[in-house]
Ligand binder design. Sequence first.
Ligand SMILES: *[C@@H]1O[C@H](CO)[C@@H](O)[C@H](O)[C@H]1NC(C)=O
Ligand SMILES: *[C@@H]1O[C@H](CO)[C@@H](O)[C@H](O)[C@H]1NC(C)=O
Ligand SMILES: *[C@@H]1O[C@H](CO)[C@@H](O)[C@H](O)[C@H]1NC(C)=O
Ligand SMILES: *[C@@H]1O[C@H](CO)[C@@H](O)[C@H](O)[C@H]1NC(C)=O
Ligand SMILES: *[C@@H]1O[C@H](CO)[C@@H](O)[C@H](O)[C@H]1NC(C)=O
Ligand SMILES: *[C@@H]1O[C@H](CO)[C@@H](O)[C@H](O)[C@H]1NC(C)=O
Length: 931
Amino acid sequence: MNLSIPFALLCVSLPCINSASFPVGVYKTGCHSRSFWIWVQKDFLGPTWQIEIFNDTSYPVVLDDDLSAQCGYTKSRDVYGNVEVRISFLGCWVNNLNDNQFDTAVQFRARRSNGDITYLLSKSCQLLDPWNMREIICEENYMEVSVIRIVPLDRNWLKTDPQQFWPLVQGGLSQRWQVQFTVNKTQIIMSAKDAFKKGYGMNATATRVVFRTRYQSLESMILTDGDYHYNAILSIMYYTQALIRLTVNTTLACPNDPPVMTQTSLSWLTPAVLSPLVLEPSLYTTTNLKLGLNGQLIDANLIAQNHYTFQNDGNTVDVTVPIGAPGGYTESDIVNNTYGSSYRIHLFLEQEWNEQPADITRHTMFKPIVTPFQPLPPIFINYTIPENYYFNVSLGNFFPDVDLKSFIIKKVPLTVIEAKNMGFNVIKVPNANNTNAFFLQVPFNDPLVVQQYINETTSRHYTLYVTYVMTLLEKDKDFTYTEVVVCILADVVLPTYNGSCGADRLILDMTHGNLDRYWIPYIRNLPLTRDLAQSEKYVINGQGPVFHFEVPLFAVGLVYEDITLRGIMARLDWSLRDNKTLEIKSKYSVFCRFPTDRLLVCFPNGTVKATVIGLDTKPNFNPQKTHLKDPTCTPKEADDTLALFSFSVYNCGTVRKFDGDFLLYENEVTFDREVLPENQPIISRDSNYRLTLRCKYPVRDIQQFHGKLKEIPIKRGFSAVYRSSQARALKKREHDELGAVLRLSKDDTFTNFYQSEDFPVAIQRAAGLYFEVDVPRKLPGFPPAMLQECWATITPQKDGFPQWDLIANGNLKRHCAVNIFKGQHSKFGIANTGVPKTNIYVHCQLALHEAVSCQNTKRPDQETEKRSVPPAGPYPISVGPITIVKDNGVQYLHVGEKTWSSWVWILSVGLAVFVVFTIAAVSVAARIFVC
Ligand SMILES: *[C@@H]1O[C@H](CO)[C@@H](O)[C@H](O)[C@H]1NC(C)=O
Ligand SMILES: *[C@@H]1O[C@H](CO)[C@@H](O)[C@H](O)[C@H]1NC(C)=O
Ligand SMILES: *[C@@H]1O[C@H](CO)[C@@H](O)[C@H](O)[C@H]1NC(C)=O
Ligand SMILES: *[C@@H]1O[C@H](CO)[C@@H](O)[C@H](O)[C@H]1NC(C)=O
Ligand SMILES: *[C@@H]1O[C@H](CO)[C@@H](O)[C@H](O)[C@H]1NC(C)=O
Ligand SMILES: *[C@@H]1O[C@H](CO)[C@@H](O)[C@H](O)[C@H]1NC(C)=O
């Protein structure tokens, strides 16, 4: 094929802008039996394009639909949508050499944004298959008949006589060619020129007369023969000369019944005998019947191979094609949000018959068929075998024009490449029917797989939320399919627990299962955080397969189930919770019983429990005989050594005080000494015992528990317990055989004194400190006491260091301002400037000035040898702590081991609404002397 020569010429005479050749591969040309065939890749020309042919003066003429039908050009698409142009060998502007060699040249004009581009094409074809007497073609857009003409004269007469040469007739120079139509049994005769104007195509070539028409012309008819319908034109062309009249029967008929469709196949049924074209049915003989596909005849082998049925029973020619069979094309689409497809196949049927042996007619019918859209909902199959530990699913079945674009798994978009890189297996598996399924394998342990443990079982749910994003390759349209696959597998190993009790702690050992590492540990309703563990001195060892956990007895987080004299029943509630829903996944409780020692517990609901211990004094007192301020409030339980009080802060004479943001509840345990005689109590051998119990609640939370008290029953159990170690320290320190007390006066009048429960006391630096030593007067025969030494320390211990001397050898130090000794009261005052800035404790030692000899008459159990005067001393007494504050701000002083900031912390985690505060005890042991 040589394109350059004709178009190089054209370019000289015509504006030749952007003229180009088709790139290799985007176009094809070929010669069919009666036509040229041109193919151009579908996207190449863009959405807007046209074909131009060159008229006799080489001007490009646009081929519109009418001109195409009139001149034998068919613009079509193949089943795949590529451009296909067929040009009849007998069409206009085809260079026809003796009806044997044909040349054509066309120009495609593509409209581009930056101007038109034209592509030139030319093609030459040689006739391979000789012309029959009559040839009828039922094209997509026209019907054409050509009939051999009997040549009475010289073979070339038409060519040598331009006057007689069609189409010059149409120029009106000759009226020798005429057309006669038969419509509704009426004849209509017109000149060839008029017929041409009406859109009919006519020509006389070297050997043939050609007549062509579009389907719905004015003179066309629909003929019916039995069940069949034809588009038909009954026409005759005449050539009339003085001596001769040439008549050519150009009757045309094309069956036009639509194919019969079923779900699975399509059937194209045509009459075996095309009756409008048959003159003598009795002489009718079929000589040839052939099926063609995509412009090419196909043989029986291919027909069988493609599973087509091609039958002629004498009445009907039946071509049946299974939908989706090879040779056609299935095109996917999305209609109404549903995936589906339609099937296209381009068939043609070539039929030859004769009535006289030589009168062979060849009738060719082109039949492009498109099935209606058929929805094909995608099929999702779950092939998962849970024991394999991966999801195996597939989505099908899609025709090859659909591909997998990406996935969305648990809302994460993943291209196929990304999915593969994540270790997912993605496979396209072809099915027998030319469709594909897309397999996806996702391991159970992938983070994109949702795992859900089912409470109290050993099963978990593995859930795959998958969306396939599919794309229609030809249409650039996407659609999605979403599925949720759940597999239940009993593969959970739960943690196992072992609880034990230490001397002062509860111990939990948890052997890990295979899920608990994803859960959050909780102590009761508190997440086990590093801070909590540190502040509460939990011991944690999380290494290895066993998680070891120790909680000290009085640490926050424990539950005290029961506090009786038998012991404290403490419970550690351990749980593991889901990290999102906080649902408890696993739990275990450790119970331990500890001895009830000294303790004071202030429960959030306002209940106070406290023990008193008879051993705290010498001689020991009987705890059973203790009571609270309200003497009817006696111990809930008591034995010889221990009593347990349990009372509400609203009862038993409990005193309530506001202290800033706190409410302070205070009560006192006292022991009633047995005195003799009862009405005039002078003598007792029992110890004097007082114990102050204090609970301090934040006001905010008090309101809460007041509210709660009304509405719901008091929750039993939880509180924190703090041992009052400072109380023990004070008790030991104050234990003094003389019964003397060192008191801190509120001012220098020595009329008001701070009570033991007032400590710590804050004193401004400027104020000075006034002390009084009080030796009970009611003990007659007591020798006068002398203040020997007084000193200050910053710890409760008398021997604490550093020390500041206040009185040495009975003499005031220089910085002490006052020293009043009056009877049995020794008073002294000191200026604060001389003492340290922080808390101080003041200690003194008393000495007795004279020993008195007495006789013990009352105590039979008391050994007489031991009756003697008390030793001269020293008798230590202490008071404190006292906080010396710089300015008017009163500083909080706390006696316990814990700093105030740690209390605040505990409160801020919302745990407790209480503060255990002070157990201050004063006990005075008395000896009985009878003089
Ligand atoms: C060819 O087309 C051009 C432009 O339409 C027209 O001027 C010319 O007459 C035509 N030539 C013939 C022979 O029809
Ligand atoms: C008629 O046929 C001749 C060839 O025989 C051809 O060159 C001419 O273009 C045709 N004219 C029409 C109008 O078909
Ligand atoms: C032929 O008859 C049909 C209906 O009988 C009518 O529609 C059609 O126009 C007629 N054709 C002509 C050319 O008169
Ligand atoms: C032309 O031929 C057809 C059959 O091919 C026939 O039916 C019709 O009568 C013929 N026309 C004339 C005018 O002979
Ligand atoms: C789309 O779906 C609606 C409702 O299901 C239906 O009425 C309509 O006919 C459908 N359209 C097509 C083109 O299938
Ligand atoms: C998928 O298959 C597995 C194994 O047969 C089965 O356990 C599971 O229930 C299935 N899931 C769905 C959603 O069908």
